[in-house]
Design a protein around this ligand. Structure first.
Ligand SMILES: Nc1nc2c(ncn2[C@H]2C[C@H](O)[C@@H](COP(=O)(O)OP(=O)(O)OP(=O)(O)O)O2)c(=O)[nH]1
Length: 196
C-alpha cells in the first residue's frame, strides 16, 4: 500500500537527510526558507517547537497535498541557549561552555499533512562532556566538525570522544528524534517497508 501524497523533509541539513535516508521512506528535501528569529521570552523548548512548525508550514503552503516534516534544534546550557556557531571562535566559545558540564539538546519536529493536519513533538537529550585541556579543544576544532552543528560538535563523529554521558535519544542530538518521528509517521497512517 502506497503512502498518500509525497513526503517532503523541510530541511537543508545533511544530518537530518542522513537520518531520514535510514528510515527508507521515499521523500525529497526542500529548504524551508523562513526567518528563524523568535521572541527572546520563549523557552528553548517553545522556540524549537515554534520554528519546526514554521518550517513545515512554509513548505506545506507551497505543496498543500504533501506531507511535510520540519525540525529545529537548540542547545541549552545553564541560562544560555546556543544555535549553530558562525565561525571557529564562536565554536570555541560554545565548546568552552559545554566541556566539563551537562547540557540539553532540544529538537522540535512538526509533521503537516494534506489539509493542514499538524502533529508535533519536542525531544530532549542530556549530554555530559569531559573537561579537556585547551590544546585538545583546539585539536577538536581542527576537525571542522563544528561547522553547521548547534553546540559545535558531532555526536556520531569524533565529537563522541568528548562525551562522558548521554541520556535520551541519541539521534535527537544529530538533528531528528527518530523515536518521535516514527511515532508521528505511524500516527499519521504511514506504512513502512513498502517497495518503491
Ligand atoms: N551530524 C550532526 N549534526 C548535528 C549534531 N548536532 C547538531 N547538528 C546539526 C543538525 C542541524 O543541521 C543543526 C541544528 O540547526 P537547525 O535546527 O537550525 O537546522 P539547520 O539550519 O542546520 O537546517 P534546517 O533548518 O533543517 O534547514 O545542527 C550532531 O551531533 N551531528
Amino acid at each position: 500500500m502506497k503512502n498518500s501524497g509525497e513526503l517532503i523533509l523541510a530541511s537543508t541539513s545533511s544530518a537530518r537527510k542522513a537520518l531520514m535516508d535510514g528510515l527508507g521512506l521515499p521523500y525529497r528535501t526542500e529548504a524551508p526558507g523562513v526567518d528563524e528569529h523568535v521572541a527572546a521570552s520563549l523557552s528553548a523548548e517553545e522556540a524549537v517547537r515554534s520554528l519546526a512548525a514554521r518550517k513545515a508550514r512554509a513548505v506545506h503552503e507551497r505543496h498543500p497535498g504533501a506531507w511535510v516534516l520540519g525540525a529545529d534544534q537548540l542547545v541549552e546550557v545553564g541560562r544560555d541557549v546556543l544555535g549553530k556557531p558562525q565561525d571557529r571562535d564562536a565554536a570555541r566559545g560554545q565548546l568552552q561552555r559545554l566541556l566539563g558540564h551537562t547540557h540539553a539538546i532540544h529538537t522540535g519536529v512538526c509533521l503537516v499533512g494534506p489539509g493542514g493536519r499538524l502533529t508535533e513533538a519536542v525531544e530532549t537529550t542530556r549530554l555530559t562532556f569531559f573537561p579537556v585541556p585547551p590544546e585538545e579543544l583546539e585539536r577538536y576544532l581542527d576537525t571542522g566538525e563544528w561547522e553547521g552543528c548547534a553546540g559545535s560538535y558531532r555526536v556520531e563523529g569524533q565529537g563522541q570522544a568528548l562525551l562522558a554521558k548521554l541520556e535520551g535519544d541519541r539521534t535527537n542530538v544529530q538533528g531528528l528524534p527518530m523515536l518521535s518521528v516514527v511515532r508521528l509517521f505511524r500516527q499519521a497512517g504511514f506504512t513502512f517497508f513498502t517497495r518503491p
